[in-house]
Each structure stands twice: as C-alpha cells, then as structure tokens.
Design a protein around this ligand. Structure first.
Ligand SMILES: *Cc1c(COP(=O)(O)O)cnc(C)c1O
Length: 361
C-alpha cells in the first residue's frame, strides 16, 4: 500500500518581512521552508505515518542509533520554477533509485519510488511560495534523508527508521559571476576504498572527507580531489562532486564508476548532453599520471566539477604537494556550453528531449 502525506499546516509560517528578506538573499542551506515531510519505517509494520508537518526539530533520545553508528543516507535535488510559474523536478526517479541503493549499502530499508516522489511533491506543493521565481539560477533545494531512529546501543540494523524531506530556497551558486576554483589533490587522505561506502550517499563519507578539505584550504584551494586509496592509481572525484576534463579536440573525460565513486545525476546528464553538443564522452579509468599530463601537455584545456548544488564549477588548477597544473582555458567555451544546456533544460528554456522533467505544480 502506498503512503499518503496529509498536510498539517504550520500555524506560524514565516511572516512577510522574514520571507522577503530570505528570498532576497537565500544563500545555500541556511533557511528552510515552513513544512517538512516525514514517514516512519519499523521492522514489523514497514512504512507508515506519512505526513507533511510544520518544519521543526526532531526529539532525539541520546541513545538514538544514528548518533552512535552513523546509519544514515541522504539525497540532494532541486525544484525549479519555470517562466510560466509551473514547478518542476529534474530526474527525481534517479534520486529515488540512488537513495535506495545507498540505503541498501547501509542496511536501511528501501522506500518505494512512488512514496519518495509523493513526499517531495506534497512538500513542494505545500511550500510552493518558497520556490524562487525570476529566472537566474535560484531554486528550492530539497534534502531527502533517512536515518536509524531506534533507541538502542546494540550494533545491528535499526528496527525503527525515519525518512524526511526538508526544503531550502537557494540562490545562484555564483552570485558575482562564474569564477574558476583551485582544487587540492590530497595524497594523504582517502574518502572511500574498494568495498567501502564510496558509492553510497551517506553522511559518513562527508565526515571522512572534511579533514582533506581543510588540508585544501591551507593550500588556498576550495575543494579536494581524491585518488583511489589502495593503489593510488586512479582518479576518483571530489568530496561532493564528480570531475571532468575537456580536451581541445572535444573529448569529455571522466573516471568510470568503480564502486568507490558516487554516481552523480549531474554527471550522468552531462554524459548524455555531451553528444547533443558534439562532444565525445569517455568514461574510463584515468591514472593520476595521465590526468595531470593531459593538462601539462595542453591536451586537456578545460576541467570542471559537477553536482546538483553548483551544476558545473569550472576548475582553474589542480595543486599537488609538488606541482600545480593550470588549465589553459578555465571556464572555457565547452564548460559553459554544457552548463548552460543543463540549466536550460532544468528551467524549461529548451525542449526536454530526454524526458528528464517532472511537473509537480
Ligand atoms: C551528491 C554527490 C555528487 C553529485 O551528485 P549529483 O546527483 O550530481 O548532485 C558527487 N559526489 C558525491 C560524493 C556526492 O555526494
């Protein structure tokens, strides 16, 4: 039986002054809409108690399992308002499938894709005023997540699990224009290993990557590129974004999925639109030696990272402990063309030829 998400309206929604101030400068992940979606799973009864309720804190017992053993997964996606005021999701079935793949890795229950979509649809409809308008790159960021909510300190899969979706209006990632970023290449820290949790979108991976990110800050970089942990022989991805090189002859090179890389919806969409833009995608193993010599030899002239939050972020250089590899055309023509194409699809400015959009309001 599928879940329904009846709405309990928030009696204390944000007032006009607060709402106007937030929407004028939303930032990223700082402000939240008036409501949230919640559903509960128990080992005995499966999923139940679907609802939209006023946004607010969970009451967490100190012995709640997630606080101790990090049994948790999440998703990141957005709702986009088109010029005609309709509201759309981008490939939400891909997020549902990925949440369930992550959940399976962490011994959390699957949530049926239709229930996942129903929670998001009801939340976005209820909080439609929080989906920014006015073009640009503003959107309502959606954060579905699932965690072990059983009060129990034994080490086993939780018999009580909470699924929730919260929503945060977000501004353009580059409010003052697109700026290439510098990427630190860590040879000290790993984010994932073979057989580990690298292909799951789980909080633990982020906790493990923070130390490398701070190492990057010390070297003047804003993000970190990880190399495979055991053999140090393949490039993987950033802490929360996938990575691509663009060659001067139109090849689009990205590391293949090996079980240690998170499969981004943006990554997969870029591999598809590449062909529409006359680029030739190459998904394959890339050693650090090859990766850096492609840049040093002037074969790879552009590079970018990608993910839902920033879409595409142009990369200016990669820095290792000994060398700096600078891209010849940071924020180059092809990077910007791919970025524009993805955004144009998301905001309904070009025909949705791949059938990626899903209307919610
Ligand atoms: C979420 C995430 C990405 C990007 O995925 P998108 O679906 O494109 O947002 C890439 N790498 C990691 C580690 C992630 O957690």
């Amino acid at each position: 039986m599928s879940l329904s998400f009846p709405v309990t309206a928030n009696p204390r929604v944000a007032g006009d002054a607060d709402y106007d101030a937030i929407m004028a400068a939303p930032g990223f992940g700082e402000h939240f809409s008036d409501h949230m979606a919640v559903a509960i799973w128990t080992k005995d009864a499966g999923w139940s108690e679907g609802r939209i309720q006023p946004y607010g804190p969970f009451l967490i017992d100190p012995a709640t399992a997630v606080l101790h053993y990090a049994q948790e997964v999440f998703e990141g996606m957005k709702a986009y308002r088109h010029a005609d005021d309709s509201i759309w999701l981008f490939r939400p079935e891909a997020n549902a499938a990925r949440l369930n793949a992550s959940a399976a890795r962490m011994m959390l229950p699957a949530i049926p894709a239709e229930d996942f979509l129903a929670a998001i649809t009801e939340l976005v409809r209820t909080d439609a005023r929080w989906v920014p308008s006015g073009g640009g790159e503003q959107s309502l960021y959606l954060r579905p997540f699932m965690f072990a909510s059983e009060v129990f300190l034994g080490v086993r899969a939780s018999a009580h699990v909470t699924f929730s979706v919260i929503a945060s209006p977000v501004g353009s990632y580059f409010p003052s224009g697109i700026e290439p970023v510098d990427i630190w290449v860590t040879d000290k820290w790993a984010r994932a290993g073979i057989g580990g949790t690298g292909a799951a979108k789980c909080g633990g991976n982020y906790a493990a990557s923070l130390i490398a990110q701070y190492e990057g800050y010390e070297h003047g970089c804003s993000q970190v590129l990880f190399i495979e942990a055991a053999g140090k022989d393949r490039i993987e991805e950033l802490g929360g974004m996938n990575v691509f090189l663009v060659t001067s002859d139109g090849r689009l090179i990205t590391p293949e999925l090996t079980g240690t890389i998170l499969e981004g919806v943006t990554r997969s969409s870029i591999l598809t639109v590449a062909a529409d833009l006359g680029l030739r995608p190459e998904e394959r193993r890339i050693s650090p030696e090859e990766f850096f010599s492609l840049i040093a030899d002037g074969v790879a002239v552009e590079a970018f990272s990608c993910g839902t939050a920033a879409v595409l972020t142009p990369i200016g250089s990669f820095r290792t402990a000994t060398d700096t590899y600078t891209l010849a055309s940071p924020a180059g023509e092809r990077t910007l063309a791919i970025r524009d194409r993805i955004l144009d699809i998301q905001y309904g400015r070009v025909p949705d030829v791949h059938g990626w959009l899903h209307r919610v309001a």
